[in-house]
Ligand binder design. Structure first.
Ligand SMILES: Cc1ncc(COP(=O)(O)O)c(C=O)c1O
Length: 304
C-alpha cells in the first residue's frame, strides 16, 4: 500500500504511522461502522474529488441506518476531505476512505454508549481491477454466496459488517481463478459484484438490476445518466444468470472498479470476449467526467 503523510482523525491530521486505535475498539469486534470509497482524480487542473457531496451524504445515511450518531456533519466532513488531500500533496489519483466507527470505552452488543469516532485516510491508488482489466475485461464467477438478503441486512448502508459477504465471495472467485465475484440475490437473480454494480447489454439495450439488493451506486447512477444523454435505451429490471451468459456485453461499475468490462462469466465468453463497443463508449464518457473533460459535469468535481 502506498503510504501517505497524514490521516485525519476526529479533526486532527495524524502522521500515517501513528494513526492507531485501541484493540477494544467496538467496531473491530462487532462490525458496526460505516465507510465510503471515494476517488480523487488528477485532472489537467489538479486533484479533484468526484462527487464528494454524494459520497458524504451516503456516509451519513449509512450511519443513520445503523444507528450511529455521527460526531461530524456534512460540511465539516467535506472540509476534512479537502484539508487531508491538501496536506498530503498527492501527485496522482487518490482513493479516499472515510470511516465512522464506534471507539473504545464499552463492550457488549448494546452500542449506544460507545464513543463515535471518524477517520479519513487517503492514498495514491491505481485501477482496482487492473489497467489490463479496464481495457480487455475481467473474468467473473457467479458466487456460491447469496448477497446479504434485505430481510437480514440493510444494504443501503455501506456498513463494515455487510462486507464479510463480499469478502468471502471475492476470496472464492479468486481461489477459483477468476478476478471478481457476481452475487445472486435470495431468489437467484443477479444482485451485484462484491464491490460493484452490474450491467449487461443485449441488442443495443443497456440493462442493470434495480438497487433492491445492491448498494445505491454512485457510479452506476452516473453511467445511467451518461447513457440516457447518449440516447441509449435503458432497462432497470431483474436479470437471470443465463441471460448474463448470452449477453452481448457485460460490465461492472463502482468508484474503485470505475467501468470495468467483463469478458467471461463462469467460463462462458461474453460477446466477443473483449470490451464491448457500448462498454467502451460509456467507460470513455465516465473518464471524461471524472477527469473534468466534460464541462457539463464539472460541478461534480471538488478541486483541492
Ligand atoms: C457492494 C457494493 N456495490 C456497489 C458498489 C459501487 O458503488 P459506488 O459506485 O457508489 O462506488 C460498491 C462500492 O462502493 C460496493 O461496495
Amino acid at each position: 500500500m502506498d503510504k501517505a503523510q497524514y490521516i485525519w482523525m476526529d479533526g486532527t491530521l495524524i502522521p500515517w504511522d501513528e494513526a492507531k486505535i485501541h484493540i477494544l475498539t467496538h467496531t473491530l469486534h462487532y462490525g458496526n461502522g460505516v465507510f465510503e470509497g471515494t476517488r480523487a482524480y488528477m485532472t489537467d487542473n489538479g486533484l479533484a474529488i468526484f462527487k464528494l457531496r454524494e459520497h458524504t451524504k451516503r456516509l451519513l445515511n449509512s450511519a443513520k441506518i445503523t444507528r450511529i450518531n455521527p460526531n461530524f456533519g456534512l460540511e465539516a466532513l467535506e472540509a476534512a476531505h479537502i484539508e487531508l488531500l491538501r496536506a498530503n500533496d498527492f501527485k496522482s489519483n487518490v482513493y479516499i476512505r472515510p470511516l465512522i466507527y464506534l471507539g473504545y470505552g464499552i463492550m457488549g452488543l448494546n452500542h449506544v454508549k460507545a464513543p463515535v469516532n471518524t477517520a479519513i485516510a487517503a492514498w495514491q491508488w491505481g485501477s482496482y481491477l487492473g489497467d489490463e482489466g479496464l481495457e480487455k475485461g475481467i473474468r467473473v464467477k457467479i458466487s456460491s454466496f447469496t448477497r446479504n438478503p434485505v430481510t437480514s441486512t440493510m444494504g443501503k448502508a455501506k456498513a463494515a459488517a455487510n462486507y464479510l459477504n463480499s469478502q468471502l465471495a471475492k476470496y472464492e472467485a479468486i481461489e477459483a481463478g477468476y478476478e471478481e465475484a457476481l452475487l445472486l440475490d435470495a431468489e437467484g437473480f443477479i444482485a451485484e459484484g462484491s464491490g460493484e454494480c452490474f450491467f449487461i447489454v443485449r441488442d443495443g439495450v443497456l440493462i442493470s438490476p434495480p438497487n433492491d439488493t445492491s448498494l445505491e451506486s454512485i457510479t452506476q447512477g452516473m453511467v445511467l445518466e451518461l447513457a440516457r444523454e447518449a440516447g441509449i435505451p435503458i432497462e432497470r429490471r431483474r436479470i437471470t444468470r443465463d441471460e448474463v451468459y448470452i449477453a452481448d456485453e457485460a460490465f461492472f461499475t463502482g468508484t474503485a472498479a470505475e467501468v470495468t468490462p467483463i469478458r467471461d462469466v463462469d467460463n462462458y465468453v461474453i460477446g466477443n470476449g473483449s470490451r464491448g463497443a457500448m462498454t467502451e463508449q460509456l467507460q470513455k464518457a465516465y473518464f471524461d467526467v471524472v477527469y473534468g473533460r466534460n464541462p457539463k459535469y464539472k460541478h461534480f468535481l471538488t478541486y483541492i
